[in-house]
Design a binder for this molecule. Structure first.
Ligand SMILES: [Zn+2]
Length: 185
């Protein structure tokens, strides 16, 4: 489904008090309880821990659960509508943010924004529904999951699945090749 149709369907089903604002709910009990942000998809009460851009030129994010992030991403081209220059600027801006986060964590894979990840790799991560700070193992897992879900044996005569399968395979090829090149360096 294209993003426009998606937004339209969400707007139609938006007649609840809490829709349109981040919803939070306590998970766990008493002292162990933590506030978690809920999925922005109407009616979903799963934790929303998968940010997704609201529109191509907006820094605003939806926060979806894994299922709804996948649903959203199926019709989503992260770089759609951006000029090459704009896309590069956004990559640089997001790289700075992600690098600050990654520096406090334990990422063995090339950190985004430090020049070791090409634009092709960033695109490939988006195709695999991953954030720019995803690890190589994250990528492998996403590739296996998406390739299996869209495999021609599973979805015969499904043109959309065939396209998705091809894109997922191509994205994995980009990431795997880059990883091998790094390992050999
Ligand atoms: Zn959800």
């Amino acid at each position: 489904m294209p993003p426009a149709a998606y937004h339209h369907s969400m707007a139609r089903s938006s007649r609840t008090l809490d829709w349109g604002f981040p919803r939070w709910r306590g998970y766990g009990t008493d002292r162990a309880a933590v506030e978690v942000r809920l999925c922005d998809r109407h009616g979903c009460s799963a934790p929303g821990d998968r940010p997704a851009p609201k529109s191509p030129n907006s820094p605003e994010r939806w926060y979806f659960c894994e299922t709804h992030a996948a649903e959203y991403n199926r019709g989503w081209n992260y770089f759609e509508g951006l000029s090459a220059e704009e896309a590069a600027q956004r990559e640089a801006a997001e790289g700075r943010t992600a690098s600050a986060y990654a520096s406090a964590s334990h990422y063995g894979w090339g950190a985004p924004g430090d020049g070791t990840r090409s634009r092709d790799e960033m695109r490939a991560l988006a195709v695999l529904e991953l954030e720019s700070d995803a690890t190589f193992e994250d990528a492998r897992g996403a590739w296996r999951r998406l390739a299996k879900a869209n495999h021609p044996d599973i979805k015969p005569d499904d043109a959309a699945a065939a396209d998705r399968f091809r894109d997922v395979q191509a994205a994995w090829d980009v990431l795997r090749t880059a990883e091998e090149r790094r390992a050999a360096a």
